[in-house]
Design a binder for this molecule. Structure first.
Ligand code: SAM
Length: 230
């Protein structure tokens, strides 16, 4: 499968293992990951997404509309979906209290000088139980045919494994998380690491701690779409 699907599959596997109730996807773009999570939700009750690009959110949001088959799985709790237009650099009270925040291929689009503010927003302000961050592994680039420079013209940086782990270990120390490194996309016969490197952060707190952030009215973000259980 294409790499983006492998990244999304990684998130699904995590959700299957840890059964978070509230998942926020930052930089959700056209909501593909959220759509996949809706189908394989393993008990998720709130799925939220935010992106700075409102048109991207709108593009495929119809795929999140309720289907009659959504009501056929016995025992499933109702699912709420909320999509926001906003920047992950802003502090929005609605983003607090999530069990899992996913951030797939977003950080490399930030100015390097903004990464610290981003980290503080996610780990210091949102304080989710778990965070999954994926980003290109620069060491893999020589394996990609014909590539000169970064993988995408909008990338502001691409980190080596050492740079990624230095950043991640700094997060753990500062905000009280532990981290495990993995990735998707493997090179044959070359020790360059994964194509997409992934860090999975977890706090020592109980997963699914009770919080009542559902149905909060956003203060900074703008709610562009909501699917409430009927
Ligand atoms: N996460 C998606 C996925 O798994 O396929 C797509 C990631 S796409 C490469 C990067 C996304 O991050 C874009 O949709 C972009 O608009 C969004 N983005 C960039 N800066 C952002 C910011 N400050 N706040 C929210 N979203 C941002």
């Amino acid at each position: 499968p294409p790499l983006y699907k492998q990244r999304h599959q990684f998130v699904i596997e995590f959700v299957k293992r840890f059964a978070p109730r509230k998942v926020l996807d930052v930089g959700c773009a056209d909501c593909r990951l959220l759509t996949t999570l809706k189908v394989h939700r393993h008990g998720v009750e709130l799925l939220a997404g935010v992106d700075i690009d409102c048109a991207a959110i709108q593009r495929r949001k119809h795929a999140l509309a309720p289907l009659s088959s959504d009501y056929l799985v016995p025992g499933d709790r109702p699912l709420t979906i909320e999509l926001y237009h906003g920047s992950v650099m802003e502090k929005e009270p609605c983003t607090k209290g999530f069990d899992l925040v996913t951030c797939i291929e977003l950080i490399e689009h930030l100015d390097p000088g903004d990464v610290e503010k981003f980290s503080d927003g996610v780990f210091g302000y949102m304080v989710p139980h778990a965070v999954i961050i994926s980003t290109p592994n620069a060491e893999f680039n020589p394996v990609l045919p014909g590539l000169t420079g970064f993988r995408h013209k909008d990338h502001k940086f691409e980190w080596t494994r050492a740079q990624f782990s230095t950043w991640a270990l700094g997060i753990c120390w500062k905000y009280g998380y532990s981290v495990e490194f993995t990735g998707v996309g493997e090179a044959q016969d070359r020790d360059v690491g994964f194509c997409s490197q992934i860090a999975v952060f977890q706090r020592d707190t109980e997963l699914n701690a009770p919080v009542n952030n559902t149905y909060l009215v956003p203060q900074v973000y703008r709610l562009v779409c909501v699917v409430y259980p009927s």
